[in-house]
Design a protein around this ligand. Sequence first.
Ligand code: PLP
Length: 398
Amino acid sequence: MPNLAARMSRAKPSAIMAVADKAKALKAAGRDIISFSIGVPNFLPGDHVYAAVRDALVKDSGQYGSNRGADALLDAFLKHLEQGGLTGYTRKNIATGIGAKHVLYNLAEALLDPGDTIAFAVPYWTTYVDIAEIVDAKMRLMPCPASQDYKLTPAQLDAALPGVKVFLFNNPNNPTGMVYTKAEIAALADVLVKHPDVWIICDDIYNRMVFDGVGYHNFVNARPELRDRVIHVDSLSKTYGMPGWRVGFMAGPEVVAQAFTTLNSNHITNVPEIVTAAAVAALSGPQDVPAQRCAEFQAKRDLVMATMESIPGVVCPRPQGAFYVFPDISCTFGKSHDGAKIGSDVDFCNALLQAKGVACVPGSAFGDPNALRISYTCPTAQLQPGLDRFREFFAELT
Ligand SMILES: Cc1ncc(COP(=O)(O)O)c(C=O)c1O
């Protein structure tokens, strides 16, 4: 048999899905499992989205669509950007893809040649590494441990950027839930201005899920001269409870949006017509679903943090966005639970799942083996029992 392409030896299936699969298998075997593993919003979009889809089915052209995205979708996204404080873009600055994951992949293809360097902070969303490896880019990782609230400092960024082609920034952050304040964004933007050869990709897909009045801030508004190098990435998945609909966007320089459109023309061709109708309805319809969900997530964040703060030894910077908490549990290394030795985050997550039926993702999947990720999107009725089991597990460690 001929060989697969060399890049496939670098491509790995998602570590997050592996935990979710283990939890699913235990559930199928009859165990009572509470999953804190996968980052899917546990709600559906409003009725207006389904009404728009029914209408689109009646009118369906069945034809190929625009490689960039239908005008109605581009316009709806432009309005969405404006509502989020990003003005001055036109259709030529926008392109659409099959979810933010595809958008990020397309951008990597458009901006990185083999051997170019991409820089990003650790902990990172797992897919960043996988995409960099597939396009054969070098990675410059900037470690941001719990002791610095998982946030990148201006000095760190300044030291890391020489020789870098793309800086990839994620705010609000998966897996930590941390959100950069206006002052922090301004300080990082000042550094970026000093490095004119670097493209800046902002993975902002959680920008509507920010708590405590911190607000969502971005480099372009902090330093407008960065506009011709910043590419915003957004998606319907988390904001509108539509991960399976697969709609993502980029907004940035025309030349990048055009390159993106050319790539689309050679693989996906277009976001399908029916999905486009759903996306337009979600973006332009009532915004009460995302606003309500954001308030619910903030209340859930408070519940999770109350538990984290009650466990001696756990260090857990307080997240202010998305729906993740990322406690440092390295205080447990060297201890045991019911005979199971805990030497790592993976041991911890396995023992927790076996003993208590609670599934979390080991931090090493995100580059930080001292921590684990809790995604708190499960129904509220499961959240407190899951947290109680988590606390019990710690109390039973010897
Ligand atoms: C930081 C981050 N970026 C991008 C994505 C991909 O989102 P999408 O469902 O739009 O592909 C995710 C999904 O979990 C994410 O957490």
